[in-house]
Design a protein around this ligand. Structure first.
Ligand code: SF4
Ligand SMILES: [Zn+2]
Length: 511
């Protein structure tokens, strides 16, 4: 078995996640790791920064590169220009929460809108969860916004509006603030000399010091935190931490690192190993005896930081041998039946019914089209019946299954769920008053729908409906115009094509 296949068989994969927040467990899941008992054996020299002069040189090179090459990002500007320490910490905090699991390019617009709307902790504390969800819509991982607001309320109501002033207190006192976020806020806003470890830092450090053991395992994570804390520049900790993350995001990338342009390449042992191998290979090619020794591991049998013996260095991968981490658990496969209920509103505009999800759990408090989870293995007709039953439950009256129009399937992958929405639509006419005892609901225009706190998945569902409507209306004109004009299209006002409420809600015992 080749190394890669063997890696797959062992559940390890090479390389790190691409995004800044690619390793949330590593960043935030280590709250209790320091509390484990037992002092681990000191790592082998290969994995250490044992020379203070080298550490100084690395800090200098990295900071000089950062000063020259860093991206201009709004939260970086605020972190430098905002004189009020609480506002500064808040500005960094918001950016760090948004950047978890999300690309910088996506975050910028959300960040600017957020800071414009809620420039202070106090302003955020006074906002409603609905407003927070609306602004967060499309950013994903919606509990982040909710927890951010809960924590802001706590600072205002219990801490007199004062942000905790150290990484330790930030982590201890603020819900949703883990070790990484606390370190980032404290180093960037307060200048506390504390390190940070996120997905990018993991990748860079593992390569700098040839760490090939599972980078999501607690001993390796502990080692990386110790390394980050030791390396962080004492006079510019915030810049140093951002520089390390910036390096991982732009130069030391997961699949195609730009080692030739790397400001710390002279300190990188993964690169050194690659160079040694190349030198060895070229001497062999020329028929010369090697003058460099064979590339060694760290000479410590069973080293907890080296790649496992069954998974040695693979020359074809170069520096991307590092890092490695256990393969992610496959996401759970789920199916949900969803019904896009449409009607013509008072001014003739098409409207959709949306209902609010429960205030806890996945997509808490967000709005969606009426939906119901499906048991695995149901045939399409059975799925339709389940949806009909669900619609009846809140409509309070029987629904004709044949009235539902099958639109198609929409797949959306959440962090841990592979969700397939089986989408139907149903057009109603006139004034429809449905008895929605269990969930809050409202009718919204398309514009209102897009401005509402709805998930990206629901936007995809609506797009699927609109696409089908457009296809049915023909290729020559835009779907929006056709909605009201083309006979036969869903939502049309032509008699006979739009379902009446009487058709939708059949009498239980027809006379
Ligand atoms: S030399 Fe290459 S592998 Fe090493 S830190 Fe720089 S970019 Fe990463
Ligand atoms: Zn080792």
């Amino acid at each position: 078995m080749g190394p890669l296949r063997a890696a797959a068989a062992r559940g390890l994969r090479r390389g790190g996640g691409g995004g800044r927040g690619a390793a949330p467990a590593a960043r935030e899941g280590t709250k209790g790791s320091a509390a484990r008992g037992g002092r681990p054996a000191p790592p082998a020299a290969l994995h250490l920064f044992g020379d203070p002069a080298e550490v100084e040189a690395l800090r200098g090179s990295l900071l000089a590169w950062y000063d020259e090459c860093k991206r201009d990002l709004p939260w970086r500007v605020l972190a430098v220009t905002e004189p009020d320490v609480n506002r500064r910490a808040y500005a960094v905090w918001v950016s760090e929460i948004m950047l978890q699991q999300t690309q910088v390019a996506t975050v910028i617009d959300y960040y600017n809108r957020w800071m414009q709307k809620w420039p202070t902790l106090q302003a955020l504390a006074e906002a409603s969860l609905e407003e927070v969800n609306e602004l967060w819509a499309g950013l994903g991982y919606y509990s982040r916004g909710k927890r951010l607001q809960e924590a802001a309320r706590k600072v205002v109501s219990e801490l007199a509006g004062q942000m905790p002033r150290t990484a330790e207190d930030l982590q201890k006192l603020l819900p949703g603030v883990g070790r990484y976020t606390a370190g980032a806020i404290a180093s960037i806003s307060y200048g506390q000399a504390t390190g940070v470890v996120d997905g990018n830092v993991i990748r860079v450090l593992c390569r700098l010091r040839c760490i090939g053991a599972d980078s999501s395992s607690p001993p390796v994570i502990d080692r990386l935190w110790a390394m980050a804390n030791a390396l962080v520049d004492r006079s510019r900790p915030g810049d140093f931490n951002q520089a390390l993350m910036e390096l991982g995001a732009t130069v030391c990338t997961p699949k195609a690192p730009l080692c030739g342009e790397c400001p710390v390449k002279q300190h990188c042992r993964a690169r050194l190993r690659v160079e040694k191998e190349l030198a060895l290979a070229s001497r062999k090619l020329l028929g010369k005896l090697p003058v460099v020794p064979d590339v060694e591991d760290c000479s410590v049998g069973g080293c907890p930081l080296c790649p496992p013996a069954a998974e040695p260095w693979d020359s074809s991968l170069g520096v991307t041998n590092f890092p490695r981490k256990a393969a992610k658990k496959q996401p759970r496969v789920e199916q949900t039946a969803t019904c896009v209920l449409e009607r013509r509103g008072r001014r003739g505009a098409l409207e959709y019914l949306i209902v609010q999800r429960p205030s806890s759990g996945l997509l808490a408090g967000l709005w969606e089209f009426p939906s119901v989870p499906l048991a695995p293995g149901l045939q399409q007709e059975q799925q339709r019946e389940v949806l009909v039953d669900h619609l009846q439950a809140w409509a309070g009256q029987p629904v004709a299954a044949g009235s539902l129009r099958f639109i198609g399937e929409v797949v959306h992958v959440f962090s841990h769920i592979h969700q397939t929405y089986v989408v139907y639509s149903l057009s109603l006419d006139g004034d429809v008053t449905l008895d929605l005892a269990s969930s809050p609901s409202r009718w919204v225009t398309e514009e209102e729908f897009r401005a509402s706190a709805v998930s990206t998945a629901m936007k995809k569902v609506l797009r699927a409906c609109e696409r089908q409507r457009g296809e049915e209306s023909g290729p020559a004109t835009g779907s929006k115009r056709k909605r009201g004009a083309k006979p036969g299209a869903a939502g049309s006002t032509r008699p006979g094509t739009q379902l009446s409420l009487r058709t939708f809600l059949r009498a239980p015992n027809p006379p």
